[in-house]
Design a protein around this ligand. Structure first.
Ligand code: BLA
Length: 317
C-alpha cells in the first residue's frame, strides 16, 4: 500500500489503463515518510537488537475519525535505548513524521528528533540531535557531542535555510546543528531531507555506539531529570497536539502524547510542568495555554559556524 515513489514510477505494467491509475496515485499520495522509518529501523538493527516495546501493542495502527487518515505507531527498546518510537500520520493531504529516540539514563547522549509536517503547500521541519543538557550554559557538553558534528550541521544549514522566528523557549532544547526550516515540496528538497535524516541518524547511532555507561549515581539521576524535563516540555507544548486531537479525539490524543510519544513522563521523574517552567504559571495556578511566554524570536539562525550561540539578548535558560 505504501509503495515508494520509485516503485510507483517504474512501469511495471505497460498497460495504459494501469499506468493512468498509477499516475493518479502518484499525484495524491506519492509522498510518504515510511522509507525514513524503514531506514532508521534497519540501520539500528545493524548495530543492536531492537525489541518491540509493549507500548506498540497498546497503540496499534489506527484510523482517524475521518476514516481516511492512517496513524502508525511503532516503538522499540534495546540495551542502550530506552525508547525508540515513531508516529506517522498520512492521508492524501498531509504527511507527518514524529520520530524520536531516547537513550537509557545511564547514557548522556542527545535525543534523536525528527519532526516533519508536510502538506501540499508547506513543509515544517525540525531535525536535530536535541541536547540532553543545555549546550548554551554547559559548553563542555557542547564540545563533547557537537564539535565533531559541526561540519555536518553546516552542510545542511546551507541546504535548508533557517525557518524564521519560532517559539523562543524551544531554543534551549535545540543543538548548534539543528535543522529548522520550512519549504514548499519539490522532489529535490524531499530527497535532500532524506539524506539529512540518514546522515543525522547515522551520526546519532555512532554517538550511542561509543557512549560509555555512566556509573555515577548522581550523573545518572541528572541525565534522567534532563530527559524528564524534555519530555515534560514536549508533552505540554508540542505544536502537533492540536492536529492529533482533531484526528483521534481529545482523550486518545492525550493518551498517545503522554503514554506513547513522550513515554517516561510518569516514570522518570515526579516534577510537573510548572516546576520546570514556572514562568508559565497563571495567576490561578494553571499552566498558561500559550506556547510561548517570551514570544517568537530568532529570525535568523542563532548559532554561528563554530557552534557559538548568538542569541544572548534573549534569556531562555
Ligand atoms: C510547527 N513544530 C512547529 C514549530 C516548531 C516545531 C519549532 C514552529 C512553531 C513554533 O515556533 O512553535 C517543532 N518545537 C518543535 C520541536 C521541539 C520544539 C520538535 O520545541 C522540540 C523540543 N508537528 C509534529 C506533529 C504534528 C506537527 C506530530 O511533530 C502534527 C500532527 C505539526 N508543527 C506542526 C504544525 C506546525 C508546527 C501544524 C505549524 C503550526 C504552529 O506553529 O502551531
Amino acid at each position: 500500500k505504501h509503495s515508494s515513489l520509485t516503485t510507483l514510477i517504474t512501469p511495471i505494467n505497460n498497460n495504459w489503463r494501469s499506468r493512468k491509475i498509477k499516475s493518479r496515485v502518484l499525484q495524491v499520495s506519492a509522498f510518504s515518510y515510511q522509507k525514513f522509518i524503514h531506514f532508521a529501523l534497519n540501520e539500528t538493527k545493524r548495530q543492536t537488537v531492537l525489541v518491540p516495546s509493549p507500548l506498540q501493542e497498546n497503540f496499534s495502527p489506527m484510523t482517524a475519525m475521518d476514516g481516511r487518515t492512517e496513524l502508525k505507531l511503532l516503538s522499540f527498546q534495546s540495551p542502550k535505548i530506552r525508547l525508540l518510537r515513531s508516529l506517522s500520520v498520512e492521508n492524501e493531504a498531509m504527511q507527518v513524521l514524529d520520530f524520536a529516540v531516547f537513550a537509557r539514563p545511564e547514557f548522556d547522549v542527545p535525543i534523536f528528533c525528527a519532526n516533519f509536517f508536510t502538506t501540499a503547500s508547506m513543509n515544517i521541519i525540525v531535525l536535530d540531535l536535541n541536547p540532553l543538557h543545555n549546550v548554551i550554559v554547559q559548553s563542555d557538553y557542547k564540545e563533547k557531542y557537537y564539535k565533531s558534528l559541526l561540519p555536518l550541521g553546516l552542510k545542511y544549514a546551507e541546504l535548508f535555510p533557517w525557518g524564521g522566528k519560532l517559539t523562543s523557549e524551544s531554543l534551549q532544547f535545540f543543538s548548534p546543528i539543528v535543522i529548522w526550516t520550512k519549504f514548499t515540496s519539490t522532489q529535490y528538497r524531499h530527497d535532500t531531507l532524506y539524506s539529512a535524516f540518514v546522515d543525522y541518524y547515522k551520526a546519532w547511532l555512532k554517538l550511542i555506539e561509543h557512549a560509555p555507561e555512566d556509573k555515577d549515581a548522581s550523573q545518572i539521576i541528572c541525565n534522567q531529570e534532563a530527559q524528564h524535563k524534555y519530555l515534560t516540555w514536549r508533552a505540554e507544548k508540542d505544536p502537533g497536539h492540536g492536529i492529533l486531537k482533531r484526528l483521534i479525539g481529545e482523550s486518545l490524543a492525550k493518551d498517545v502524547v503522554r503514554n506513547f510519544l513522550f513515554n517516561g513522563i510518569n516514570e522518570l521523574g515526579s516534577k510537573g510542568f510548572l516546576d520546570y517552567f514556572p514562568e508559565y504559571c497563571c495567576e490561578d495556578g494553571n499552566i498558561n495555554k500559550k506556547r510561548s511566554i517570551i514570544g517568537k524570536s530568532f529570525e535568523n539562525r542563532p548559532w554561528d559556524a563554530k557552534g557559538e550561540f548568538l542569541g544572548n539578548n534573549i534569556k531562555i535558560y
